[in-house]
Design a protein around this ligand. Structure first.
Ligand SMILES: [Zn+2]
Length: 325
C-alpha cells in the first residue's frame, strides 16, 4: 500500500489529499501484473521440472505406451494359442505320422529350441519395457523355429507316404488267379508229399488248380524279370521283380502274355495256366521271394481277402496233402 500524501491549499486553507499522477498509477498496476506473471511462470517451470504434472504431449505419449503394452499382452495371448495348436500338431506328428511311417520322433528339445550363441536381442536392451519386448521376441522365434521343424517333418512324411504307397503297390499282395470261392487252392506252402516220388519234401509255393488257359494275374507292380522255359521243373514260367527285395514266380504256364523287361501293374493279365515242366495236372504253382528266400505267399493275401476268407484259405493251405508241384 502506498502512503497517502497530503498538501496545504492556501486558497481553501485546508489540507487536501495529493492525488498521484495518473501515468504513475498505471505504471504501478502494470508492474504488479508483470510481477505476478513472472512469479507464476517461475512456479510453473518449477512444477514441470518436478514431474508433478504432465504436458498434453506427455499425457498422450503415456497413453500410447499403455496401449502398446496392452497390444503386447494380446499378442502374447495369441501366441499362446498358436503354441497350443503347434504342440498338438507336433504330438500327432510324433505319435501317429512318424510312427506309422517308421521315422524317429523329433525330440521335444529339438522342436522347441530357441536360438543359442550370440545375444540376438542386444538391440532390444536398455529400454523401460525391454524385458517384455525381449520375452515376446524370443517366444516368436521359438514358434518360428517350431514351424520350420514341423514343416520339414511333414515334407519328410509326404516322401515316406509316397514311398510306402509305391511299396504297398509293389508287394505281391493278391492271389494270382481268380479264386473267389477259394476252391482252387490245391496245396499250400510247407511239407508236402511229392507227386512224383511220393517222398515228403518242402513245397515252396502254392498250387492253384485251374483248367488250362485260365488267366493268371500279376500279384503286384513290377518288372518282368523272366518269361521263359529255361529253369528246370518250372516249365514255362514268369518271374516279376517287385523291388524292395520282392519277387513273384508263376510256373507251369501254357502261354505268356508278357515279355521280359515289361512293366506290369498289379492285376495285369500276364499268362495262362498250363501243365508244362514238372507238373502232374494243369495248375499254377506260385511263389513269393523276399531277399532271395522263398516265403509263404499266404501271408500276402491280406490285400484281397476278408478275415473269414483268410481263415478258410489258411485251413486249405495247411492241409498236408500232395502238391501238384
Ligand atoms: Zn507247386
Amino acid at each position: 500500500m502506498s502512503k497517502v500524501k497530503y498538501y496545504y491549499d492556501p486558497e481553501t486553507l485546508a489540507y487536501r489529499k495529493l492525488e498521484p499522477k495518473r501515468s504513475r498509477r498505471y505504471r504501478n498496476i502494470a508492474f504488479f501484473f508483470l510481477g505476478s506473471f513472472l512469479f507464476g511462470l517461475l512456479g510453473l517451470v518449477l512444477l514441470l521440472n518436478t514431474n508433478l504434472i504432465n504436458t498434453p504431449r506427455e499425457l498422450s505419449l503415456a497413453r500410447e505406451v499403455k496401449n502398446y503394452e496392452l497390444q503386447f499382452e494380446l499378442l502374447n495371448k495369441k501366441m499362446e494359442q498358436i503354441e497350443y495348436v503347434l504342440g498338438n500338431i507336433a504330438d500327432r506328428d510324433n505319435n501317429i505320422y512318424r510312427l506309422y511311417f517308421e521315422a524317429n520322433p523329433i525330440p521335444e528339445e529339438q522342436r522347441r529350441a530357441g536360438f543359442g550363441g550370440i545375444n540376438r536381442y542386444k538391440s532390444l536392451e536398455g529400454f523401460n519395457n525391454s524385458d517384455m519386448i525381449i520375452a515376446t521376441t524370443k517366444r516368436l522365434d521359438v514358434i518360428k523355429k517350431q514351424m520350420a521343424i514341423q514343416s520339414k517333418s511333414l515334407d519328410e512324411i509326404t516322401k515316406l507316404a509316397e514311398e510306402k504307397e509305391k511299396l504297398l503297390a509293389s508287394i505281391p499282395a493278391i492271389q494270382p488267379i481268380n479264386n473267389d470261392d477259394l476252391t482252387r487252392m490245391a496245396s499250400g506252402y510247407g511239407w508236402r508229399s511229392d507227386p512224383f516220388t511220393k517222398v515228403r519234401k518242402m513245397h515252396y509255393g502254392m498250387d492253384f488248380t485251374a483248367p488250362k488257359g485260365t488267366p493268371i494275374y500279376a500279384s503286384g507292380d513290377g518288372k518282368v524279370l523272366r518269361a521263359d522255359n529255361n529253369a528246370s521243373g518250372y516249365g514255362k514260367h514268369i518271374r516279376i521283380d517287385h523291388g524292395y527285395g520282392y519277387l513273384s514266380l508263376y510256373a507251369h504256364l501254357s502261354k505268356y502274355n508278357v515279355k521280359k523287361g515289361q512293366q506290369v501293374k498289379r492285376g495285369d493279365l500276364i499268362g495262362f495256366v498250363g501243365s508244362t515242366g514238372r507238373s502232374q495236372a494243369p495248375h499254377l504253382h506260385y511263389e513269393v521271394w523276399k531277399d532271395k528266400e522263398r516265403i509263404n505267399p499266404m501271408n500276402f493275401y491280406y490285400g484281397s481277402l476278408s478275415p473269414e476268407e483268410f481263415q478258410n484259405m489258411l485251413k486249405y493251405a495247411n492241409q498236408e496233402n500232395q502238391s501238384l508241384d
